[in-house]
Design a protein. Structure first.
Length: 157
C-alpha cells in the first residue's frame, strides 16, 4: 500500500533556496528575523519570570506555590502571544533583492516585534501593579490591633 515512494533528489530541495547559485535573500531575512525575534522573546520572558516571581510572592502574601503558578501561567501566555505574533508577521509580499533590502525588512519587522514585546511587558507590569495595590488596600482595611472594648454611643445628639 505504501510501497511506491517518490524519491526527491537532494539537489532539487536545495534549489528551492537558491537563486542563481546564491541563497535567496528573503529566506536569509526570514532566518535572521526568526532567530532575533525568538531570542528577544525568550530573554524578555525570562526577565519577567525572574523578577515577576518576587513581585508576585509579595502580592500574594508570601504564598510561594501560588506565586510560582501564577508566574508560570503569565510566562506561558507571554510566549504564546509573542511567538504567535512573530509567526504571523513572518511573511512578506516583497522579494528582497540586495543587502540593503535585508536590513530594511529586518528593521521594520524587528521594530514592530520590539514594540509588541514592550507593550506586553508594560501590560504585565500594569496588571501586577493593580493586583499589588488591591492587596495593599485590603491590608490597610484590617486594624493593626483588634478592638479591646466597646463604647456606648453618647447621648448628646
Amino acid at each position: 500500500m505504501f510501497k511506491s515512494r517518490s524519491r526527491v533528489a537532494p539537489d532539487s530541495i536545495l534549489n528551492v533556496f537558491k537563486k542563481g547559485g546564491a541563497m535567496d535573500r528573503t529566506v536569509i531575512a526570514y532566518v535572521i528575523y526568526l532567530l532575533v525575534s525568538i531570542g528577544l522573546t525568550v530573554w524578555v520572558a525570562r526577565t519577567l519570570s525572574k523578577n515577576g516571581r518576587i513581585f508576585l510572592a509579595d502580592v500574594l502574601h508570601g504564598n510561594e506555590k501560588l506565586a510560582d503558578a501564577v508566574n508560570h501561567l503569565l510566562v506561558v501566555g507571554f510566549y504564546l502571544v509573542n511567538l504567535g505574533f512573530v509567526a504571523l508577521y513572518l511573511s512578506d509580499d516583497e522579494t528582497i533583492t540586495d543587502a540593503r533590502g535585508i536590513f530594511e525588512a529586518l528593521s521594520t519587522k524587528l521594530g514592530v516585534v520590539l514594540l509588541v514585546l514592550g507593550v506586553m511587558h508594560l501590560g504585565n507590569v500594569y496588571v501586577l501593579n493593580r493586583i499589588r495595590r488591591r492587596g495593599a488596600m485590603e491590608r490597610e482595611q484590617v486594624p493593626p490591633v483588634p478592638p479591646q472594648g466597646w463604647a456606648a454611643p453618647s447621648a448628646r445628639a
